[in-house]
Structures are given as structure tokens and as C-alpha cells.
Design a protein around this ligand. Structure first.
Ligand code: PEP
Ligand code: MN
Length: 339
């Protein structure tokens, strides 16, 4: 970090800051100017730099503290070039453009099996389906819970597709691990640190959705929590953020794809369903995600969106999903990706 002292700070005040920096574990390199002193502090890899910065900035004789290092380390690009997450032998983060598809919420055996078979035949790689559903309204449907997990397991046996489903509570992690191949952390839980720690201890890949309010830096710090728990199988998912636009449910931030590529080695998946909230926009934004270089997409599909208990407006019909897969193939080829 770089500490800029107030102009005219006394020698004692400069020495005070130098002593504090040494106490934090830094090596210090001061530059004593005529008006101002600037201190470069290096080292102290384990230090919480934001806390140190806040402490120093509370001193009246410090003008400004600038952080040089990112507040995350292991999920950063500096740590590793690229991570491939293997889900039952299926690689995420390589040349395969991974398509996860299925209903927002598991509603019934018929609804799930019909969708699973259709998306499998159309070429999807991973089956999605919510068993425990977070909802803004306490009066919404909250999912079938364990029954849904059992149905997902049967759908996996039928199609051979690995299954991804959301886990909302640290107390559910063990149960969901018994059934799921990937644990999904939803947008509302991106900063649920107890949950992040718990899935960090799990031995299943985790897909961490971006908080709808979160910056890339906050998102990557959340991923760092999972990593520090001992779980390196982390996939990021851009699912749209809150902006002033109300025409779409969220604003799908496709900047996230090149940004995460630059900042992190973790795979990045795009969710155009929640990102737009409109089924008619999903094909265009799926192709945009592929063109932007995402590692895959997650798409909501329902046999009858008009009767879906959740997220019908953004769910593709089975036919629309098949059609989307058809238009993706030539694009994948141009982009040098497998589908
Ligand atoms: C979902 O995938 O159905 C879901 C609830 O997503 P998000 O957490 O992004 O809203
Ligand atoms: Mn949904």
C-alpha cells in the first residue's frame, strides 16, 4: 500500500505511521519530500489491507492510503492461469461450451422428467432444477425440498446428466451434497459468509452466482471464502445486476466475462434467464455469452411456461430450447468451441 502523509506532518507523526506499518508486517520505503512524505509499504501477504487502510486513514496526519494488491489472492489470475472444474468427468473451463438447462423449480415428476429428457436430447450437458427456492416474497412457492432432490437424482439416472441445484442454508449443505453434482449459491446468498464457509468444506463443485448488487471485487472475495475453506472447484455465474432499467428483470452484465477472465482463473458461466427475465431475449443473450467467451450458460426451460410456479416469463419452451441449441452450433464452431 501507499500512504500519503498530510502536507506538513511532523517527524513524530511520520515515525508513528512507519511504526504502525512495521507492526502490520510491512517493509517500508519512505520518500521524504519538502512538503509531503509518501511511504510505500510492501509484504504482509496475510494482512487484511482494507482494515489496515481504515485504521491509517483515521489518523488526522494521514491524507490518503492507496491499496496496490487485490483483496483476494487465491482466486486471482496472479495465482493461476486457468482452472478447469470437472463435474463427473465433464470439464468446465475448457473448449466445451457447457449448457446447463432445466426448470427454475422442480414442480412435479412429470414436469422435471419431460424437461430433462428434452434438454438432454437437444444437447444440454447439465440439468438444473431448484429444490430449495429463495424468494423475495415470503408467500411464494419455496420448492419441494428433499422430494425435488430425489426427483433430480432420478432424472440424472435417466439421462446421465449431472445435476445442479441451489443450497440456501449451511444446515442443508450435507443433504444437498448427497444428491447434487454442483452446489449453486444464489445471488441473494453471495455474501452469506457462513454458507460460503460451509460449501468451502464440501467436496462438490460450487457455482457462485454474482450478487445482484455486487462488484467484481466483492464477488471474487466471496469466492475466496469458498477457496479458503479448502474447496477449489469454484465456478462463477453472472446472472444480471440491478440497474435503473425496469424493462428487463436485471441487466445482464456481459462485461463480467472478459473482466473475470482478466482478474481470475475461475470458469465463468452466464445466466441469460435471470439476466433478462424475458424468454424472448434469452437466445440473443446466450449467443452473446458464447461470443464473449463464457465457459457456458445456464438456461431455464419449462414444458409449459404459462403454468410455471416460478419464473415462467423467462423460461424457454422445449421447442424454443431446441431451436436455440440449433443456432448455437455454427456459432460455437466459428468461436472454436465444442458444444
Ligand atoms: C435460480 O437460478 O433459479 C435463481 C434463484 O437464481 P438467482 O439466485 O440468480 O436469482
Ligand atoms: Mn429462477
Amino acid at each position: 500500500m501507499i500512504v500519503v502523509m498530510q502536507p506538513g506532518a511532523s517527524q513524530e507523526q511520520v515515525q508513528d505511521v512507519e511504526a504502525r506499518l512495521r507492526q502490520f508486517g510491512f517493509d517500508i520505503h519512505p520518500i521524504y519530500g519538502v512538503e509531503r512524505t509518501v511511504i510505500a509499504a510492501v509484504g504482509a501477504p496475510e494482512l487484511d489491507r482494507n482494515e489496515a487502510k481504515e485504521q491509517l486513514e483515521s489518523l488526522p496526519w494521514v491524507e490518503q492510503v492507496t491499496l496496490v494488491l487485490k483483496p483476494y489472492k487465491f482466486v486471482s489470475k496472479k495465482f493461476r492461469e486457468r482452472t478447469m472444474v470437472a463435474v463427473n468427468g465433464l470439464p468446465i473451463g475448457g473448449d466445451l461450451f457447457v449448457v446447463m438447462a432445466g426448470p427454475c423449480t422442480v414442480e412435479s415428476e412429470e414436469q422435471l422428467f419431460k424437461t430433462a429428457q428434452a434438454v438432454h436430447q437437444a444437447g444440454a450437458h447439465i440439468l438444473r432444477g431448484g429444490a430449495f427456492k429463495p424468494s423475495t416474497s415470503p408467500y411464494s412457492f419455496h420448492g419441494l425440498g428433499r422430494t425435488a432432490l430425489e426427483l433430480l437424482q432420478q432424472a440424472r439416472a435417466m439421462t446421465g446428466m449431472p445435476v445442479i441445484t441451489e443450497v440456501m442454508d449451511p444446515r442443508q449443505v450435507e443433504l444437498v451434497c448427497e444428491y447434487a453434482d454442483i452446489l449453486q449459491i444464489g445471488t441473494r446468498n453471495m455474501q452469506n459468509y457462513d454458507l460460503l464457509r460451509e460449501v468451502g468444506r464440501a467436496r462438490k463443485p460450487v457455482m457462485l452466482k454474482r450478487g445482484m448488487w455486487a462488484t467484481y471485487e466483492e464477488w471474487l472475495q466471496a469466492a475466496e471464502y469458498i477457496w479458503l475453506g479448502g474447496n477449489e472447484q469454484i465456478i462463477l455465474c453472472e446472472r444480471g445486476i440491478r440497474t435503473y432499467e425496469t424493462y428487463t428483470r436485471n441487466t445482464l452484465d456481459l462485461n463480467a466475462v472478459p473482466a473475470i477472465r482478466e482478474l481470475s482463473h475461475l470458469p465463468i458461466i452466464v445466466d441469460p434467464s435471470h439476466g433478462t427475465g424475458r424468454a424472448s431475449f434469452v437466445p440473443a443473450m446466450t449467443r452473446a455469452a458464447l461470443a464473449a467467451g463464457a465457459d457456458g450458460v445456464m438456461i431455464e426451460v419449462h414444458p409449459n411456461p404459462a403454468s410455471a410456479l416460478k419464473d415462467g416469463a423467462q423460461s424457454l419452451t422445449l421447442d424454443a430450447f431446441r431451436e436455440l441449441m440449433r443456432t448455437l452450433r455454427p456459432l460455437a464452431e466459428v468461436m472454436g468451441r465444442r458444444l
